[in-house]
Ligand binder design. Sequence first.
Ligand SMILES: Cc1cc2nc3c(=O)[nH]c(=O)nc-3n(C[C@H](O)[C@H](O)[C@H](O)COP(=O)(O)OP(=O)(O)OC[C@H]3O[C@@H](n4cnc5c(N)ncnc54)[C@H](O)[C@@H]3O)c2cc1C
Length: 429
Amino acid sequence: MKHYGTSYVMYLLCQQSCWRLADMKGRVLVTGASVAGVTAAWWLARQGMPVDLVERVASFRDGGQNVDVRGAGRAVLRRMALEQAALDLSTSEYGTDLVDSDNQVIARFGVDEGGDRGPTAELKIRRGDIARLIYDDLGDGVDARFGDHVAGIAQDDAGVDVTFASGRPGRYATVIVAEGVGSSTRELVFPGENDPRWMDMTVAYFSVPRRDHDGDYARLYNTTEGRGAILKPDREATTLGAYIGMQGKADGTQDWDSDRQKRHVRERFADVGWEMPRLLDAMQATDDFYYDAMRQVRMDRWSNGRVFLTGDAAWCPTGLSGMGTTLAIVGSYVLVGELCRHADPMAAARGYEAVMRPYVEEGQSLPKIVPRLMWPHSRLGVGALRTAARVVSAAPLQKLVTANFARDAEKVDLPDYPLATGRAAEPVA
Ligand SMILES: Cc1cc2nc3c(=O)[nH]c(=O)nc-3n(C[C@H](O)[C@H](O)[C@H](O)COP(=O)(O)OP(=O)(O)OC[C@H]3O[C@@H](n4cnc5c(N)ncnc54)[C@H](O)[C@@H]3O)c2cc1C
């Protein structure tokens, strides 16, 4: 008798459990080829489902700065046997220093103090690196297309008809929308249902050439008028990740093109010292530029018939939470698990909701006052922030405060779906 490994037996078991999804006799469309989309496509393809992965921009997006993968997000990567590869790509950040205009350290928050719940997560990786890691591992069964997007969509009891902007039509058993915070397909299928919560914080993200004095700690500098920046060590010996932050109500700049956004940042930071002239020059030169006014996506439901939302398109918690990428990985895994478990999309939606809703609420539970406190406007406010940081950074207070910096990344009862991975799971780290 032929001997089959555990993963092959799991695969056969899963073929049983996934008959319901396969029974829909059709392809699955995943829109958006970033973290949430590639994770959903990865799990679907491993269950033998044919998948179309459609991305709006013309080629795979490798850009983006550091994102955190915490708790259950790491557990899903482990099930995909990709956790170690992600750790190998992890940026080597030891912690965060709050600095003054001469780069003198006012307060230091080490990575060890908060563990996986501190301001610096143990698995900190560039967005493009984690997305590419999963994308490159998609294997057969995923037809990835770039430079296209959903222009029209209608569904009946048996499937979903899609018209793409390219003019191509398609009919799908299920559509998974993973298009990020500004998802246009979400607006087609769930018009007016997103009640965004603006976090009063706008951030420009880009890469900066490294210099000799750049160390292994991230540096955070604040000045008046809600302005500041963070410089973060990168895996590359040659670059750093830069984040320029502006606290205040969203003013529509998030909808401008990137040249206009860069001009706007230059004007607002023209009088700022510290490393700012260097950052502004680097920003001007880079193509790796991402700019957004932070807002949470708040939806009462994440599915409409056979169309499901996942990742930031469903529940963006914003970069302030440190949970966006974790929720995207966990959410896509749970969605595929529930689709495999239930023949009826409504039942899958209920299962998805039951697992993810409490976790998402935890991820989004950041008080709106936090950006205002962390990015002060007056000299007095900047002084108060520095004094408070100095006090808090002294042990043992640091442990207490930093351990509660992030949302609880473990606060989900992650189901152990009998999904095939085609490989043995990684040992628990
Ligand atoms: C280029 C880029 C850089 C980023 N940089 C950072 C960063 O430095 N720090 C940080 O904290 N977060 C960053 N983010 C956000 C972060 O990736 C997400 O918060 C998180 O990982 C959840 O991922 P997601 O896949 O749900 O959404 P996203 O990562 O936002 O991905 C959405 C994807 O869908 C595509 N898309 C959009 N509309 C359509 C459409 N109609 N049809 C098809 N495809 C569409 C987008 O091009 C994108 O590839 C970045 C996102 C992007 C796209």
